[in-house]
Structure formats: structure tokens, C-alpha cells
Ligand binder design. Structure first.
Ligand SMILES: NC(=O)c1ccc[n+]([C@@H]2O[C@H](COP(=O)([O-])OP(=O)(O)OC[C@H]3O[C@@H](n4cnc5c(N)ncnc54)[C@H](OP(=O)(O)O)[C@@H]3O)[C@@H](O)[C@H]2O)c1
Length: 314
């Protein structure tokens, strides 16, 4: 049974499980097949997922194209969130929140998504040069033109709070990395939830896959898979060993509820951050089904406490 919530400052009623679109970019996630991605989108739709996250940067637009193809004429039934703020050029990657670039990026996303409006347009990263007021004014103008319905934030940390808190009530959500493998942004998400009134959205909710129980300490990724790189800390060194300890703690809980280990990782977030929406990337229908096992039940106080203790930052 799907669970839904209404995003703050909006009328958007969304599933608490959002399909993450990073693997749809087809880049850096190992073996990813378009046919399986489209089938995964259809499974998500059929099971009541009505919230889809993507970005113009995922596969340099490929994720938005695949999402549009998968949604087809069901686009009007869903909430699409896409992001702007990262600009690629021959001289490298820059963060750009300037009004001119926001408009340029939006036109590209609208075209690729084959739609005339974006439900939630998200600042992917702050550029720390365009004043927040100018960014918000631009987004409000786009809203009044009907090109976007709402706007949101991502990857915001305590050093950014002073500039965003005056805009309480303007943003519907804020997403950041959060999982049993990485709780470092917990306080930031809770502060923004309370002070900015932005619904917390979590990315990397499965620790990029380590919290599904299918990897062990000898896991090795192809050099084309982003997780082969050291910056994907969840799969390397002591952090990998710690994550495998967390997986061991999840196993009996998964067994007791007759659900996948991934479902326990997702349920922890849903129960611990009570107003949150969990973003999960998936490459094929079976992964969507495994993640859907997180719906319609709760962790007991004792189970929450076990998971809280083993994952909390020391
Ligand atoms: N705002 C931002 O800056 C930002 C950054 C990152 C992500 N995001 C968003 O958040 C979404 C989620 O994060 P993420 O995709 O990076 O990581 P994630 O959701 O933690 O992990 C996704 C990966 O886990 C594996 N998986 C998923 N479900 C599974 C299941 N039931 N059983 C076994 N394996 C499963 C798949 O990879 P394998 O099968 O290859 O293991 C999948 O690609 C993204 O897709 C994107 O939409 C936003």
C-alpha cells in the first residue's frame, strides 16, 4: 500500500517513495538498459509511485529523455522534479544560478521532458555568486509564466542557512544525502524542515546500493562505474566494513517483516524523519518491487533504536 504526503507550501500530493533518475542517465552506474528502465518506470506508476526525480546533468540530459519516454501520456498524473545550476562547457563544469542560465536550462529540460511545465524546479547546487533573492525572483517569474509550479533546494548546508532562511515558505522541499550509511546531514535536513518549512527529501537512501545486502567486502566495480572511485566512500575501506555491519543488523529485521533489506533501509528514513520523502534510484522493475516492500508497515521502537545506534555518528 503506497503512502503519500503533501509537500510543504504546496498542493502536491506525492508518494513517499520517489523514483530517482540518476541511473536513467545511463552513465556511471554499471549495466543500465533503457528497456529495463522504461519497464521500471511503468512498474513504479502501476504501484502508485507518482513522484519522479531527475536533473539536466544526469547523463547530460539522457535521464530526462528516458523519463519522458517511460511516462508517455501519463506525465499529467505525476510530479516531476528536475534540477538546474550545473553548467558544462569545454573549459569545465561550473555552478551557475544566474537568471539567464536558469531560463536556458529550463527550456532544455522542458524540451527533453516533452512537457510545458515542471512541477518542482530545484537548485541543484548554489553558485554562491548570484544573490538568493535574484534566484528566487527568477523562479517566481517562471512560476507566474506557468513554466514551473513550485521550486526546491538541494545540497544545502549550515553555512548556506543565513541566505535561505529569509525565504521561509517559498521552497517546497530540500534534498540531501541521507541514509543509514550517512547521517551527517540529519541536523541540516531537520533544521530546514522546521525553519524553512521545506519537506526533507533524501538521496543516496540506499547508500548507492550498499544497503541492499547484495554487496560484500570483496565488491569491485568496473572503472566506468562511479562507485569504483574513492569518493564513493560507502564502498571503500573502513566505511565499507561499517556499512556491512549495518547490513548485518538489518537482516533479522528484514526477515521478521518478510521484506527486502533495501526496504528496511528505506523504512528507517520514513519512520525516523517522519515528514520525509525517500528518493531511490532503480535500474529495473525488480528493484522497484524490492523498494516498494518498504511501504505500509513501521519499524518497532526497538528496531528503530537498534538501527539508530548502529548508524549514528559517533
Ligand atoms: N541532489 C543531488 O545532488 C542528488 C545526488 C545524488 C542523487 N540524487 C537523486 O537521488 C536518487 C537516489 O540516489 P542514488 O540513485 O544516487 O543512490 P541510491 O538510491 O542510494 O542507490 C541506487 C542504486 O542502488 C541499487 N538498487 C536500488 N534498489 C535496489 C534493490 N531493491 N535491490 C538491489 N539494489 C538496488 C541500484 O544500483 P546497482 O544495482 O548497480 O547496485 C541503484 O542504482 C538519484 O537517482 C537522484 O534522483 C540527487
Amino acid at each position: 500500500m503506497m503512502e503519500y504526503t503533501t509537500l510543504r507550501n504546496s498542493e502536491l500530493r506525492v508518494s513517499r517513495l520517489c523514483m530517482g533518475g540518476c541511473p536513467m542517465g545511463g552513465y556511471g552506474w554499471g549495466d543500465v538498459q533503457e528497456k529495463e528502465l522504461i519497464e521500471a518506470i511503468h512498474t513504479a506508476l502501476d504501484k502508485g509511485i507518482n513522484f519522479f526525480d531527475t536533473a539536466d546533468t544526469y547523463g547530460l540530459g539522457q535521464s530526462e529523455l528516458t523519463l519522458a519516454k517511460g511516462l508517455g501520456n501519463r506525465r499529467k498524473d505525476v510530479v516531476i522534479e528536475t534540477k538546474f545550476g550545473v553548467r558544462f562547457s569545454n573549459s569545465g563544469t561550473v555552478y551557475d544560478n544566474s537568471p539567464a542560465y536558469i531560463r536556458e536550462a529550463l527550456e532544455g529540460s522542458l524540451k527533453r521532458l516533452n512537457t510545458d511545465y515542471i512541477d518542482i524546479y530545484v537548485i541543484h547546487y548554489r553558485d554562491h555568486s548570484t544573490p538568493m533573492e535574484e534566484v528566487v525572483d527568477t523562479l517566481k517569474t517562471l512560476q507566474s509564466e506557468g513554466k514551473i509550479r513550485y521550486f526546491g533546494l538541494s545540497n544545502l548546508h549550515s553555512s548556506d542557512f543565513a541566505e535561505v532562511l529569509p525565504f521561509k515558505g517559498d521552497f517546497v522541499c530540500c534534498q540531501d544525502e541521507y541514509s543509514l550509511a550517512n547521517r551527517s546531514n540529519e541536523e541540516a535536513l531537520l533544521t530546514l524542515d522546521k525553519e524553512l518549512m521545506a519537506t526533507p527529501l533524501t538521496w543516496g537512501s540506499l547508500g548507492q546500493g550498499i544497503l541492499t545486502g547484495k554487496y560484500d567486502k570483496s565488491c569491485v566495480f568496473d572503472s566506468k562505474d562511479r562507485r569504483s572511485r574513492d569518493i564513493y566512500v560507502n564502498f571503500h575501506g573502513d566505511k565499507l566494513l561499517k556499512n556491512l555491519e549495518i547490513v548485518e543488523a538489518m537482516k533479522p529485521i528484514a526477515q521478521a517483516h518478510n521484506v527486502s533489506i533495501a526496504a528496511v533501509a528505506i523504512r528507517f528514513i520514513l519512520d525516523y524523519l517522519k515528514d520525509s520523502v525517500v528518493l531511490v534510484g532503480a535500474k529495473r522493475p525488480a528493484q522497484i518491487s524490492g523498494n516498494l516492500e518498504s511501504m505500509g508497515w513501521h519499524l518497532s521502537e526497538e528496531e528503530l533504536s537498534i538501527l539508530n545506534n548502529i548508524s549514528k555518528i559517533q
